[in-house]
Design a protein around this ligand. Sequence first.
Ligand code: IPE
Ligand code: IPE
Ligand code: MG
Length: 233
Amino acid sequence: MTDKLKHIAIIMDGNGRWASKRGLPRSMGHKKGAETLLEIVRTAADLRIPYMTVYAFSTENWHRSQEEVDYLMGLLRQYLDSDLKEIKERGARIIFIGERNMLADDIVAKLEKIEQETSTNQEFTFCIALSYGSRSEIVAAAKKAALAVAKGELKVEDIDENTFSGLLYTAGIPDPDLVIRTSGEQRISNYLLWQIAYSEFYFTKTLWPDFSAEEFKAIISDFNSRERRYGKV
Ligand code: IPE
Ligand code: IPE
Ligand code: MG
């Protein structure tokens, strides 16, 4: 019996290579990639997938050239103002995970506003990992637990997998059932390390700007044919 697909996590990779192959600047790959994202979120909403998390910008991506980082932040501002509007109107609860203190103040203000405006929406949850790094998320959770113990609000013996999950940015969100990475790279790049303990993986060579609703649906049907055993027989 296959589990119901509740949560898809995507590593949207290959924008730069898509552009380079066409003799275009990397920024054009990011621009096309943002259009792909809108198409995939629409498809996920049509398919009634309850949760989708996308890796938009990692903590490591801050080390790219200033020019590329600036372009990506500009694109993000646009995305927050325009594309997300349609997604909001479709009843999505939108949340952001990652290190906000590294983002510009005006972006943080937009994120907070969107989260607040959509907090009671129930159609589906769209989670965007922005300035996100999984190891630092785990360290932050450990610090929260230590602080709560020091203040006498939490007992060491009460720290279990559930309480720890509740201290991560993804508190309350079920673990991803399926992780998709585009562009042929077969690595995790510091994404949701705790949360993917039992996720299924799908790596496609398609570069993110070329990823389509058709391929997305084909991957979901591949997932639906898999047997998940969780250590049992
Ligand atoms: C993914 O595409 C988008 C971000 C990481 C922001 P890349 O920019 O990593 O594209 P490649 O991997 O260099 O082709
Ligand atoms: C992972 O892609 C981060 C995002 C998709 C936002 P990268 O392109 O940054 O990953 P590496 O550096 O190839 O592992
Ligand atoms: Mg990449």
